[in-house]
Design a protein around this ligand. Structure first.
Ligand code: GRF
Length: 197
């Protein structure tokens, strides 16, 4: 199984997924794509020897460049891990039910454009939430609105800062994201299985 990851920033989730699937018979991360040529995820991929490239908005949403790169990669799953742009419909419809995203809050709360990075955790703390968590969901044409696949929660105490919350969320992501991706890949009916029946 072939996994392609989109990231925009640090790439700790991308690295975690790459390591999890390294030497894994079932799947591997074959490529990382980013909209940010300065993203730290590119350095991580170099160290991990995973193909990575950056693209601009024209290549992504105003031409078929990124779509053609994806088609050539033949991904079984496209994973958005800290990717900040909305996925264009013309790409989504080529990969029906194969694009997922991780969001650092319990959707449908604290979702939508602008709710990313520390902003989410600051809002959770400002609203005195007693819990928050992560949401892994299918991607559709709107930010953070696709069908929810998985959620994990953590407590928020009234002494927690946004940074404390971010650290708790990070731990949940490291613990759960690779397992959810692995389970999704295993649940995909592989063509060979159908032919052999
Ligand atoms: C994570 O908190 C993820 O939930 C959100 O963006 C952050 C990405 O972090 N979508 P990293 O780039 O994987 O370190």
């Amino acid at each position: 199984k072939r996994v392609v990851i989109f990231a925009s920033g640090s790439g700790s989730n991308a690295e975690n997924l790459i390591k999890f699937f390294h030497n894994n018979d079932n799947a591997s991360v074959i490529q990382v794509l980013t909209n940010n040529p300065y993203a730290k995820v590119l350095d991580r991929c170099k160290k991990l020897n995973v193909s990575a490239l950056s693209f601009n908005r024209v290549a992504f949403s105003k031409s078929d460049d990124v779509l053609n790169i994806l088609k050539a990669s033949r991904p079984d799953l496209i994973v958005l891990a800290g990717f900040l742009w909305k996925f264009p419909e013309f790409i989504l419809k080529e990969f029906e039910n194969k694009v997922i995203n991780i969001h650092p809050a319990l959707l449908p709360k604290y979702g939508g454009k602008g709710m990313y990075g520390m902003h989410v955790h600051e809002a959770v703390v400002a609203n005195k939430e007693t819990e928050t968590g992560i949401t892994i969901h299918y991607v559709n044409e709107n930010y953070d609105e696709g069908a929810i696949i998985f959620q994990a929660k953590c407590e928020v105490s009234n002494s927690d800062s946004a940074k404390d919350v971010a650290e708790k969320i990070h731990l949940l992501e490291m613990e759960h994201f690779p397992i959810v991706v692995d389970d999704l890949l295993k649940s995909q009916i592989s063509k060979t299985k159908i032919q052999s029946d």
